[in-house]
Design a binder for this molecule. Structure first.
Ligand SMILES: [Zn+2]
Length: 239
C-alpha cells in the first residue's frame, strides 16, 4: 500500500492522461488542479462512461465528474481514484481531500434530492406529502442548520434557486410562490380534507421532529394534547 507521501510525489499508473489534461506537467502539481463538480452518474445512465477516466477500471458503479480549475477540462472518475490520487481544491493533504470529497458528495446528493422534489412540486397538482415533509429537512442539511427560520430571510432567493434548480428569476412567479408555500405552508398544497400522517414540522426543526417520533406509541388523546404543547413550544423563540 503506497503511503500518502508516495502518492504526492510519484505519478500513479494511469496518471499520464490526467497530467496531459492538466496545466502543470508534474504530477505533484497536476493532481492539485482538479475539483469535484458535484455531478455524479450511476451505471445505467445513458451518459455513463465506459470506465474510470483515470485508471481505466470498467467495473465502477458510479462516476464523478472532476474539472480542472485552470483550463476547464473535465473527466469522469471512479470515487476510489478521486480519493486516492487527487487533492481537491482548498486543502493540503490527501486525507483532508478525502474528507472534503465525502462532504461534497453528501452535499451534491442533497442538492439532487432537492431538485427532484422541486420538479415534482412544479409538475404535480398535489405533490407527495413525503416530499413536503422532506423539503425543510433537506434544506437544513444542505445549509447545515437545525432550523430554517434564522436563514429564511437572508437566503430566501438561494433556497428558491436550489429547489427550483435554477435562479428564481428564471421561473414564473407562480413557481416561486409554490415553493414558498411548500416550505412555509405545506398543507395549502394538499387536496381538500387531506390529513397529514404527522404534524407538519416547524420549518425543519430536527429536535422536535425526533421528540414527536418517540411519542407515536402514546394514546391518541395524549398525543393530540402533546402536539398542541409542541406547537406552542415551537413558536416560543427562547425554547
Ligand atoms: Zn479509477
Amino acid at each position: 500500500m503506497p503511503t500518502s507521501a508516495d502518492l504526492l510525489t510519484r505519478p500513479p499508473k494511469g496518471a499520464t492522461e490526467l497530467i496531459a489534461a492538466s496545466v502543470a506537467r508534474e504530477w505533484a502539481e497536476a493532481q492539485r488542479e482538479w475539483d469535484f463538480t458535484g455531478d455524479t452518474l450511476d451505471d445505467g445512465d445513458p451518459e455513463f462512461p465506459d470506465a474510470c477516466g483515470f485508471c481505466g477500471e470498467r467495473n465502477i458503479r458510479t462516476a464523478h465528474q472532476v474539472q480542472n480549475r485552470l483550463n476547464g477540462h473535465t473527466r469522469w472518475l471512479g470515487s476510489e481514484c478521486i480519493k486516492r490520487y487527487l487533492i481537491l481544491g482548498g486543502v493540503e493533504t490527501l486525507e483532508d481531500s478525502q474528507r472534503l470529497f465525502q462532504r461534497q458528495l453528501k452535499r451534491a446528493a442533497t442538492r439532487r434530492a432537492l431538485g427532484d422534489i422541486g420538479l415534482r412540486l412544479l409538475s404535480e397538482e398535489y405533490p407527495p406529502w413525503e416530499d413536503l415533509a422532506a423539503l425543510p429537512r433537506l434544506l437544513c442539511r444542505y445549509y447545515d442548520v437545525r432550523s430554517l427560520v434564522p436563514i429564511l430571510h437572508d437566503h430566501w432567493s438561494d433556497i428558491l434557486g436550489l429547489v427550483l434548480g435554477a435562479p428564481p428569476d428564471a421561473f414564473f412567479a407562480g413557481d416561486v410562490e409554490r415553493v414558498r408555500a411548500a416550505i412555509l405552508e405545506p398543507r395549502t398544497l394538499m387536496p381538500p380534507g387531506f390529513k397529514p400522517p404527522r404534524q407538519p414540522r416547524g420549518l425543519g426543526s430536527w429536535g422536535s421532529q425526533r421528540r414527536r417520533h418517540t411519542r407515536v406509541t402514546t394514546t391518541v388523546s395524549a398525543t393530540t394534547s402533546q402536539r398542541g404543547a409542541d406547537r406552542e413550544r415551537e413558536s416560543d423563540p427562547d425554547h
